[in-house]
Write a protein that binds this ligand. Structure first.
Ligand code: SAH
Length: 350
């Protein structure tokens, strides 16, 4: 039988498991703490548990800790990790140090089936969804390797979170819990390519997370051509769902807009974008495209980026240009995994 991943379990679920082993309930809290707060990768480290209980746990479960297969560190402190999963698959996560605290960019799936034309994660399609514990372990793994406190999380690595929303929500609840890492919901960002029902469900969850929408085009014609998801959920519907998200949660929505040379970066398109978002509590984050080897899209020159930004500014849309972090370490989604031996890892940790 597949061992239980203790990192997947809430405290209540851990209590049930502990009960099946005939152990007193308070042991669950100890186990949960070792796994979710101290990220103990080894049962032998759980020194306040009796040896016999540790053996029982070892026989049926894993601590969920992931093997670090590769790390690339950039001069600015950004570090990209390739983690090995138990089934031999691998995922990427990124450590981003900021002046206001450190954040971790978490992957939610191995690969992705959304098919965005500029994205490396889309190339091999979806392999599988990650469990809540596999997302959690990316955060604790990076916390342990860097020795630094992680104060915010962006679910913006490989995968589409809305295509794995049950596990993503469970992950969020585990992370924000005082029994977990106790990171405030406001410091968690969920990024989506625009899966409207997912946005509506997230709005109804009553967690104060930040919604980030990867828009990248101001109209259906263009968005259809670079983001297939738009054929299902067109721009108007998407923006309406975002306006509703703001009115339900009172949270400002972020729109990601990757500038692609000659495709979506003209002044006219900036004007169209500004009109589309007018009056919404939102913020546009312009990202000069990260070059992906397998794709022909290119980053525009700094002049075009400036005109696009100034146009949004003039039209009253709050906008920033994302500071490029981790230049030179394959920081664009999915690239490290693609470079490692076909995305397969040899072994994974227990
Ligand atoms: N599926 C989710 C989250 C993962 S992608 C989403 O679409 O939001 C994270 C962000 O990186 C998205 O905004 C995505 O559009 C963007 N992205 C993908 N490939 C990129 C590239 N080559 N350059 C810049 N941004 C890219």
């Amino acid at each position: 039988m597949e061992p239980v991943n203790l990192m997947d379990l809430t405290l209540e679920e851990t209590e049930k498991l502990v009960a099946t082993l005939g152990e007193p309930r308070y042991r669950a809290k100890q186990v949960h703490k070792w796994v979710h707060q101290k990220a103990a990768g080894d049962f032998d480290r759980m020194t306040d548990l009796p040896a016999g209980f540790r053996e029982k746990l070892r026989a049926i479960s894993t601590t969920g800790k992931l093997a670090v297969l590769a790390v690339q560190k950039a001069g600015d402190g950004t570090a990209k990790y390739l983690f090995g999963l138990r089934d031999g698959q691998s995922v990427e996560s990124v450590f981003l140090p900021h002046t206001y605290g450190n954040s971790v960019c978490v992957s939610s799936q191995v690969g992705c089936r959304m098919g965005c034309g500029f994205c490396a994660s889309a190339i091999g399609g979806l392999v599988r969804c990650l469990t809540a514990g596999e997302m959690y372990a990316q955060v604790t793994g990076i916390g342990e390797d860097t020795g630094q406190r992680v104060s915010s999380i962006v679910i913006m690595g490989s995968g589409e979170p809305m295509d794995n929303l049950d596990q993503v929500l469970k992950f969020i609840h585990l992370i924000i819990s005082p029994d977990g890492l106790n990171i405030g919901a406001r410091h968690i960002t969920v990024s989506t390519c625009g899966v409207v029902p997912g946005i509506r469900r997230l709005a109804g969850e009553k967690v104060q997370v930040t919604l980030s929408v990867s828009l990248h085009a101001p109209n259906d014609e263009l968005r259809d051509s670079i983001m297939p998801v738009n054929r299902k959920y067109p721009v108007r519907e998407l923006v309406e769902a975002c306006r509703d998200y703001v009115s339900v949660t009172n949270r400002r929505v972020t729109f990601e807009y990757a500038l692609i040379d000659g495709i979506n970066d003209s002044r006219e398109q900036a004007i169209e974008l500004a009109r589309l978002l007018k009056g919404m509590l939102c913020h546009v984050n312009l990202i000069p495209l990260n070059r992906v080897e397998e794709r022909s899209f290119r980053q525009p020159g700094p002049g075009r980026v400036r005109v696009f930004k100034d146009t949004l500014d003039e039209m009253g849309i709050p906008v920033t240009v994302r500071r490029e972090m981790g230049a030179g370490i394959d920081a664009a989604c999915g690239q490290l995994r693609r470079k490692s031996a076909g995305g397969k890892a040899e072994t994974a940790g227990r």
